[in-house]
Design a protein around this ligand. Structure first.
Ligand code: CUA
Length: 333
């Protein structure tokens, strides 16, 4: 039995419904929502290209419809007049696409140069380093280092200086604009001004190994006073732990942790994220899981079970040691 045309139509419509059901405008990583000057400039170009494309589609499909209606194949009808070579048409369809490309290229090139040009006066510089598989953020003018959760003040120009210590990554936070590669041996910049306080999600956008998909980033755009409070809290030395957290600190200092991680005043490793104020972050493992004691304990016991390929070794910690260490890390607000 061959499927009826009606059946085919139903299947097609159902297919469309399923595909379109995945569409949404205002999702956390939608590039159709702009929350910085750069994202807005990129969105404007996207809008321009969309309208140009719609215009071209209208012209092409109108001509096609006209031809289909005007010149159908009728039995016995003579062949229409055959044309071979038409200078005017040929010049026309050479110049028209050239003009279209020009209309698209000029604003695109302007925005590319603007977003990686000189840092505006008073801009906050943040060094962004992509590691397998986490993000390091350094604020040279503030003397701060943090990881995976970037804080920026709203309304102030920011220059992100992208550096790659290992392989090529790509920093991408859609609503703030960007997606620029982080390349070893080369420095790229993104200059932007976030305009609305909020939490913005992003992720590495260049395949960089086993846990590429687990290399997420969160950007918190704070009001200027909230940003000042965050800076002050990050600059403060970590509080001295008590109780179970103190036991956890002892586990930390006698384990291999100190070789890779910095906790100011405790250790000075540089291969893994700075943990001085780990407890102030919402997630662990570059956005992998909420940073609860439960999750941190599971992570410390078997990191590779949660994050394939992770560079952090399995330290062979027992449940009590892992839990104490997790309590200590969570206490580092
Ligand atoms: Cu880093 Cu993909």
């Amino acid at each position: 039995m061959t499927p009826s045309p009606r059946h085919g139509l139903r299947v097609t419509l159902a297919g469309f419904a399923v595909v379109l059901g995945g569409c949404a405008w205002d999702t956390p990583q939608s590039s159709l929502v702009a929350r910085s000057d750069v994202a807005q400039a990129i969105l404007d170009i996207y809008g321009l290209i969309t309208w140009v494309t719609i215009g071209i589609a209208l012209v092409v499909f109108s001509v096609l419809a006209w031809v289909l209606v005007r010149y159908p194949d009728r039995p016995g009808a003579p062949l229409p007049r055959q044309t071979r070579g038409h200078s005017l048409l040929e010049i026309g369809w050479t110049i028209a696409p050239g003009l279209v490309l020009l209309v698209i290229a000029i604003p695109t090139i302007q925005v590319i140069f603007r977003t990686q040009g000189e840092a505006p006066r008073g801009a906050l510089e943040v060094v962004v380093r992509g590691w397998q598989w986490w993000w390091e953020f350094r604020y040279p003018s503030l003397g701060l280092v943090t990881a995976n959760e970037l804080h920026l003040p709203a309304g102030r120009p920011v220059v992100l200086r992208l550096e790659g210590p290992d392989v090529i990554h790509s920093f991408w936070v859609p609503q703030l604009g960007g997606k620029r590669d982080v390349v070893p041996g080369r420095i790229n910049h993104i200059a932007l001004t976030p305009d609305a306080p909020g939490e913005y999600l992003g992720q590495c956008a260049e395949f960089c190994g086993a846990s590429h998909a687990n290399m997420r980033v969160r950007v918190f755009v704070d009001t200027p006073p909230a940003f000042e409070r965050w800076v002050a809290a990050q600059k403060a030395p970590p509080a001295e732990p008590t109780g179970a957290a103190a036991d956890g600190k002892a586990v930390f200092t006698r384990s291999a942790c100190v070789g890779c991680h910095t906790i100011r005043g405790v250790s000075a490793g540089t291969l893994g994220p700075d943990l001085t104020h780990f407890g102030s972050r919402q997630t662990l493992g570059a956005g992998l899981l909420p940073a609860t004691v439960e999750n941190i304990t599971a992570w410390l016991r078997h990191p590779a079970a949660l994050k394939p390929g992770v560079k952090m070794p399995d330290l062979g910690l027992g449940e009590p040691d892992a839990r104490a260490l997790a309590t200590y890390l969570a206490s580092l607000k």
